[in-house]
Design a protein around this ligand. Structure first.
Ligand code: FAD
Length: 434
């Protein structure tokens, strides 16, 4: 007779691995399908791993997970074309027994995570693309079609962990395509440098790491951010902008990345490096208001495919892992009670998400994506230029009396935004943040 799985997980990224691992460890019969040659081969991320979420899934992950550097320093930069104004936070508190954040390389990390799924008893099939969800006449999802065999593979529930594209769910009519103003396209390069050079340039010892997040004229009037993450022997460097912005400005992502790399504040940090990888990937950035229906008869959706991404705090992988774990636990609980994978029963997943940081954080920043998108010119071009000029007026010594240089600074702000504009920007930002 045909084998029927307790659950099929589509995708072996952060959310899929967390879901598959959680279910396999509880003894469920799980099949995980990944289109890449190996888990992680298709995945792109900065990448910062937030330890706390992984700890709730695999408490002793530090024993054997491929980790690059633990982060001790975070730099936030506001950039214009020739300068950056920064806020840096560095603390020796981050040199703790169980560090809070690490840089990782997804290709290695996903392979490791997938190994854990297998050890826990899950069946993982790579180079297998799920082409379509199998539905019965009532619309209930009963399994998947793949590019491997003509037959349907059956399961009680299908977990869609297919990442930002989310084509399967869209094709099955379970949700809409993400809108262009709700997804960013990010491009990224890996710059290889000797370990000692990285340590010296960023003032790091041993496996300490540093991260730079940068916004300003580098995104050429679009809502977007640049980033630089230190790995052990490489630097990940990239920039992402909303797809709607790229479509309307016709800017090419690789041209933006070239300009970012050539910026006088970035260039010396990567000088002499060897570039080995170039990748592009989507990031869901619509936040709370872009979250689609998360469960239905025989299916659930997790991670980026569910738009669970906190663009304000640059967190995605942790929301992906947390949602994967919660789906796994919900399915296990329903099974234990002898329940079927109905819409009603699977709503347990949504209730767990609502109680967790995932929904609370996304809810908190629900107005932020639209505010940044609708005011992209002011927030990503006008203010960065004004702030740079203000900083320069403050530090440059050229015989101008301070009273005059300070007047010039405030006059520039009023000229660019008007008094009323400045107050209203500040109020709107504060309201969206609270
Ligand atoms: P993914 O990791 O995208 O995994 C989806 C998987 O499904 C892939 O392996 C794919 O091959 C597979 N798949 C898709 N369709 C099919 C199919 N039909 N059949 C079979 N397999 C399929 N987050 C952070 O927390 N920290 C960061 O520093 C950070 N930096 C980022 C930088 C960049 C440039 C980008 C693009 C993202 C970054 N993110 C970061 C976000 C983070 O990468 C995502 O939130 C996270 O990867 C989501 O995990 P996921 O499992 O939902 O999706």
């Amino acid at each position: 007779s045909e084998e029927k799985f307790d659950a099929i997980v589509v995708g072996a990224g952060m959310s899929g691995n967390a879901a598959a691992y959680t279910m396999a460890r509880s003894g469920l019969n799980v099949l995980q399908l990944e289109r890449g040659e190996y888990p992680g081969s298709k995945n792109v991320q900065g990448a910062i791993l937030y330890a706390n979420t992984l700890e709730t899934i695999i408490p002793d992950f530090r024993d054997d997970a491929p980790l690059e550097r633990h982060l001790v320093e975070q730099r936030f930069w506001i950039m214009d074309d020739t300068s950056h104004t920064g806020m840096h936070y560095r603390s020796d508190d981050f040199n703790e027994q169980r560090p809070n954040r690490y840089t990782i390389i997804r290709a290695q990390f996903d392979k490791w995570f997938s190994g854990k799924v297998r050890e826990a008893g899950g069946t993982v099939l790579c180079e297998t693309t799920v082409t379509k969800l199998a539905q019965d006449l009532s619309g209930k999802v009963i399994g998947v079609h793949t590019d491997r065999t003509g037959d349907v593979i059956l399961a009680d529930v299908v977990v869609l962990a297919e990442g930002a594209n989310g084509l399967l769910g869209t094709r099955a009519g379970l949700r809409e395509m993400p809108k262009p103003e709700n997804v960013a396209l990010a491009v990224k390069e890996m710059h290889f440098l000797p370990e000692e050079v990285i340590a010296e340039r960023f003032g790091l010892t041993e496996d300490e790491g540093c991260v730079i997040e940068a916004g300003g004229t580098i995104s050429r009037g679009m809502a977007g951010l640049g980033f630089l993450y230190t790995n052990r022997e490489s630097i990940s460097l990239g920039i992402g902008c909303l797809v709607s912005g790229l479509a309307s400005t016709m800017e090419k992502p690789y041209a933006l990345l070239d300009a970012f790399k050539g910026h006088p504040s970035i260039r010396p940090l990567i000088a002499g490096s060897e570039v080995k990888e170039y990748a592009a990937h989507l990031i869901p950035e619509g936040g709370f208001k872009a979250i689609p229906q998360l469960f239905g008869n025989g299916w659930v959706v997790v991670g980026d495919a569910a738009q669970l991404n906190n663009a304000v705090h640059r967190e995605g992988s942790n929301l992906a892992m947390a949602s994967g774990r919660m789906v796994g636990e919900s399915i296990f609980q329903i099974k234990c009670r002898g329940g079927a994978m109905t819409t009603q029963n699977l709503s347990l997943y949504k209730r767990m998400l609502d109680r967790s940081f995932v929904m609370k954080d996304l809810m908190k920043h629900k107005d932020m994506p639209a505010l940044l998108h609708n005011n992209r010119q002011s927030f990503f071009t006008t203010y960065p230029k004004l702030i740079s000029q203000a900083a320069q007026n403050f530090v440059r010594v050229d015989g101008t009396p301070k009273i005059e240089s300070e007047k010039a600074t405030s006059a520039a702000f009023v000229k660019a935004r008007s008094r009323w504009g400045l107050v209203s920007d500040a109020v709107r930002l504060a309201l969206a943040w609270r």
